[in-house]
Design a protein around this ligand. Sequence first.
Ligand SMILES: NC(=O)C1=CN([C@@H]2O[C@H](COP(=O)(O)OP(=O)(O)OC[C@H]3O[C@@H](n4cnc5c(N)ncnc54)[C@H](OP(=O)(O)O)[C@@H]3O)[C@@H](O)[C@H]2O)C=CC1
Ligand SMILES: Nc1nc(O)c(N)c(N[C@@H]2O[C@H](COP(=O)(O)O)[C@@H](O)[C@H]2O)n1
Length: 219
Amino acid sequence: MHVHVNAATSADGKLSSRRREQVRISGVDDFARVDEIRAASDAVLVGVGTVLADDPHLTLDDSSLVSARESRGEEPHPARVVADSRARTPTDARILDDVATTYVLVSEDAPEDRCTALEDAGAVVVVAGEGRVSFPEAFGVLESRGVERVMVEGGGEVIFSLFDDALVDELTLYVGSMIIGGRDAPTLADGDGFVEDFPRLSLQSVERVDDGVLLWYRF
Ligand SMILES: NC(=O)C1=CN([C@@H]2O[C@H](COP(=O)(O)OP(=O)(O)OC[C@H]3O[C@@H](n4cnc5c(N)ncnc54)[C@H](OP(=O)(O)O)[C@@H]3O)[C@@H](O)[C@H]2O)C=CC1
Ligand SMILES: Nc1nc(O)c(N)c(N[C@@H]2O[C@H](COP(=O)(O)O)[C@@H](O)[C@H]2O)n1
């Protein structure tokens, strides 16, 4: 599985404000670039924190990218994946519409009635891990269903876990020219944080996009 993390932070490293509401950090050109990465992926993954905060759709905006996928014999939109150990995704979430396949990754401890409700709402529920979703296990299941390239759009808890599991292959980070601040505002990698053996990235390119900077790393 090829794992590409993409996110946008403020100049002080925040994904959003302390209110955890969606903040538009990227500009028009960066959002167009995000759409292209989505189009080149088999699935787009977020954590349930992002679903609850942003209610994202995670589909392609540009119809020419949809047509290009169809002409390659692919589904019009990549699948959507939510890491949601306790099956808390609301059944009216936008990612559960019928525009694309949606996988909800849950743990063995997820309440059965919630899993059934999500299946009734159209989700494909995948059980992987005790207590919390195990990404290595879940990615094995997704691979068996043809997902070879996954784009991860956040948030900070999920991104930290993927670095912790050494599953990240690429990181593209748009750094917008704004300050959000706040000790409780989410950052690119939250979780427990590393205290030693810090993951080291290899910087591939630096580019000015909109009024910010796009950093591309391999891991
Ligand atoms: N600027 C940007 O590019 C982006 C910004 N955001 C912002 O980030 C914020 C949300 O981020 P955050 O709160 O970190 O939420 P996440 O989207 O990272 O979701 C975190 C939740 O995912 C669940 N989860 C399931 N399995 C795992 C696992 N193995 N490791 C970690 N988490 C797991 C956990 O809930 P449970 O235990 O119940 O499963 C956890 O609380 C919002 O404010 C949103 O607007 C989000 C994406 C991109
Ligand atoms: N790349 C990027 N730049 C920003 O400024 C952002 N706020 C985000 N947020 C992510 O995009 C998702 C929204 O997706 P839809 O437009 O609803 O398809 C959101 O949930 C975050 O993951 N990303």
